[in-house]
Design a protein around this ligand. Structure first.
Ligand code: DX5
Ligand code: ZN
Length: 228
């Protein structure tokens, strides 16, 4: 069984003090830091770019899980690699098999990981199914891209179960990351359908004690895995 990983999304942190947001992730024992890059075209918001990733890199060795909600990833992939991103997640909606293969080649040449994300309404394209062994992390979005603090779209749950089953069946070891509205109230639904990487923005930085919130999410997820 794949390990449970907690990935706080600093987009929900203090945008005037992202260093603090990263520190909270480290203090809370997070497994990776989720960095939401949005270009104002792929989704209706503009967040941060390679410069911010580079500025935050010295503050931790934690995996930089970089979620690229951008229309032209081929233009920026090298910059994010240089900035210190460890996992570069591209959106299936802006790619075809051939453009994915090109990005994969560039990322693997630097020894980093490739992720693929799909919006709530998007089914996994055939070309992605055929390349599951190349995808280290499959991101199943449970909110529309753009903002933290949205409510989880529970209509995505059947797709989550189906994709976790596909990964299991194929034996690729691909992590299944759930992104959007993850909160203590819905961790059960996500984990029992095979989500093992839990992104949390408001679920961490919106809590009175964000550091504690990280370990509480992990405990809840692990408890669900204990034989009943
Ligand atoms: C939304 C982002 C998410 C978001 C998560 O476009 O991809 O990572 O910041 O934040 P919450 O957990 O608050 O939905
Ligand atoms: Zn994200």
């Amino acid at each position: 069984m794949k390990e449970i990983r907690i990935a706080p999304s600093i987009l929900a942190g203090d945008m005037g003090n992202l260093e603090k947001a990263v520190e909270i992730s480290v203090e809370g024992g997070a497994d990776q830091v989720h960095l939401d890059v949005i270009d104002g075209h792929f989704a209706p918001n503009i967040t941060f770019g390679p410069g911010t990733v580079k500025a935050l890199r010295p503050f931790t060795d934690l995996k930089f899980d970089t979620h690229l909600m951008i229309e032209r990833p081929e233009t920026y992939v090298a910059k994010f690699l240089d900035a210190g991103s460890d996992l570069l997640t591209f959106h299936a909606e802006v790619l075809r098999g051939s453009s994915f293969d090109e990005l994969y080649r560039v990322v693997k040449a630097k020894g980093k990981e490739v992720g693929l994300a799909i919006k709530p309404q998007t089914q996994l394209p055939k070309w992605a199914e055929e390349r599951l062994d190349k995808i280290s992390t499959l991101v199943v979005m449970t909110v529309n891209p753009g903002f933290s603090g949205q409510k989880m779209d529970m209509s995505v749950m059947p797709k989550l179960r189906k994709l976790s089953g596909l990964v299991e069946q194929r034996g690729t070891g691909t992590d299944v990351e759930v992104d959007g509205g993850v909160e203590p109230e819905n961790v059960r639904e996500v984990v029992k359908r095979g989500g093992n990487v839990l992104v949390a923005g408001a679920g961490v930085y919106g809590k009175k004690d964000p550091v504690k919130a990280i370990s509480e999410l992990r405990e809840m997820a692990l408890k669900l895995r204990e034989p009943s």
